[in-house]
Design a binder for this molecule. Structure first.
Ligand SMILES: [Zn+2]
Length: 126
């Protein structure tokens, strides 16, 4: 379906943006001992994930966009599931969705941010 070389592959699998094989995060997404901590470099191709200090602060813009997308999705879902609109129910759904998906959205935001700057190289060299 989505093969290596496509940025979606790196984003959805949370893999190295350069080789699409190495791990991007220290631990799994919902492992709270290292909350979406990005590795120093790719264990497969050696790409330095931290090109400058505070590099991933910019991923907050991506996380904000993802949060807005979740909010819009919850509002649409609320209109589809229930006949009468309720602000409190919609607000509860948005808060619940944002809290339960926060680690995943944080990780996705970071890998999207990394994919803005790093590009796939099928035959990488160390
Ligand atoms: Zn790599």
């Amino acid at each position: 379906m989505i093969s290596k070389g496509n940025k979606l592959y790196s984003i959805l699998k949370i893999k190295c943006p350069q080789c699409h094989e190495g791990a991007f995060l220290e631990r799994k997404v919902y492992d709270f001992s290292a909350f979406t901590k990005v590795r120093k470099s790719c264990p497969n191709c050696g790409l330095n994930y931290h090109v400058e200090p505070s590099f991933y602060y910019g991923s907050m813009y991506v996380a904000y966009a993802l949060g807005v997308a979740i909010m819009v999705a919850m509002v649409i879902l609320n209109f589809l599931l229930f006949e009468a609109f309720s602000f409190l129910r919609t607000f509860g759904m948005v808060v619940g969705a944002v809290i339960t998906t926060a680690p995943l959205m944080n990780a996705i935001a970071k890998i999207i941010w990394a994919n803005f700057f790093f590009h796939y190289k099928p035959k990488w060299k160390k």
